[in-house]
Design a binder for this molecule. Structure first.
Ligand code: PHE
Length: 356
């Protein structure tokens, strides 16, 4: 009685042919039930075994199991193969053709490597401020709570801390060591050192990297750069601050770009302002980059709060001063009309090569 045996052979052959015709894992998932599963010919023929006598049923059952298992194994190897094919076509699509780079290098000179846009921008900003009479200083990127917050008139648990989404470092007491959220702590270092060395007045800028638990978007990166400005001298007024910012804007962005100061709040300056320029992407018309406002905030500024002078031991009646903190990445973004700041960190040679 060979009939069911032949049937099993036919079913296996057809199942293997159907399997070979499947061209993706998704299609395999859809069709597997009709190849070996409940909706397959294997299942259908098994149901007919009820009419066979017990010995024959046992024998056919065993053959069917064997044939089915062979097809099941074939399903798994097909799945692995399709996975490999899909993975390698994904890699192929992402592949950087070094031949293209070599050809492109004639115009981009990418093969030699070159300074990144943020570093170049930082150097240009330093040049502008040095020309205006500022010294260049640097502070640490990892700070204690005192430098990042408390000396800047932001006490523990004060609601103003919410202005900075802080990354805490797991060192010492919890929540006492932070990745600096701004370059303003460098103000504190500069003032402390000037007091210790009897070296007032101060006219300094301090560039560097800062960190915030921000979700990156067109205008934000979680690791970004600021340039802090600090002037402590006799009889400094808000007019000195406004004049400095105006001079900087003209020197760095040229005469076509408008700037404005808007009243704002920072715990370490009083009065405080936000410094904005016309969005260079839309020239003020409103676009996705500037959230349709026509303006881009470059940073904050203000007159040093007397509480900060007191924290570092400077007499607020004898000295006054101003400070500002501008985003270096924002300056690069506006100067080079980048609609999305994330391009600065994506390492796409087509982008990087434009700034060689
Ligand atoms: N540190 C402020 C910030 O990053 C900016 C600022 C600097 C404001 C100096 C006033 C004075 O948000």
């Amino acid at each position: 009685m060979n009939e069911p045996d032949d049937q099993i052979t036919t079913i296996s052959t057809e199942a293997l042919a159907a399997l070979a015709a499947v061209s993706s894992i998704e299609e395999l998932d859809e069709r597997v039930a009709s190849i070996v599963g409940k909706r397959s010919a294997f299942a259908a023929v098994q149901r007919t075994f009820g009419s066979l006598d017990p010995d024959e049923r046992r024998e056919m059952g065993a053959r069917l199991q064997e044939a089915r298992r062979a097809v099941e194994n074939a399903v798994e190897s097909r799945r692995a193969h399709l996975g490999d094919v899909q993975r390698s076509s994904m890699l192929e699509a992402d592949r950087l053709d070094l031949g293209d780079v070599v050809v492109a290098a004639r115009t981009w000179s990418v093969t030699a490597g070159h300074a990144g846009l943020v570093g170049t921008t930082q150097a240009e900003l330093e040049d502008v401020f040095v020309a205006m009479g500022f010294a260049v200083a640097e502070g640490p990127e990892v700070e204690s709570d005192w430098y990042n917050f408390e000396a800047l008139n932001i006490p523990p648990a004060h609601p103003a801390r919410g202005m900075w989404d802080t990354f805490y470092v797991d060192l010492g007491e919890p929540e006492t060591v932070v990745l600096r959220t701004h370059t303003s702590p460098t103000q504190v270092h500069l003032m402390e050192a000037a007091v210790a060395n009897d070296a007032l007045p101060i006219h300094a800028v301090a560039p560097g990297r800062c960190y915030r638990r921000d979700t990156p978007d067109a205008r934000h990166l979680a690791a970004f750069h600021q340039i802090e400005g600090l002037v402590v001298d006799r009889n400094i007024t808000f007019a000195d601050l406004a004049g400095t910012i105006e001079t900087f804007t003209r020197a760095y962005f040229g005469p076509d770009i408008e700037s404005r100061l808007r009243p704002a709040f920072f715990p370490f300056t009083e009065p405080s302002a936000e410094f904005e320029i016309t969005c260079t992407i839309c020239r003020g018309a409103g676009c996705r980059t500037c959230s349709n406002t026509g303006w881009i905030e470059l940073g904050g500024c203000g007159m040093i709060d007397p509480a900060v002078f007191e924290a570092v031991g400077i007499d607020p009646d004898a000295w006054s001063g101003f400070a500002f903190g501008f985003g270096i990445d924002r300056c690069a973004q506006m100067r080079h009309e980048l609609s999305d700041m994330r391009a600065l960190v994506e390492n796409d040679v087509r982008f990087l090569g434009q700034f060689a």
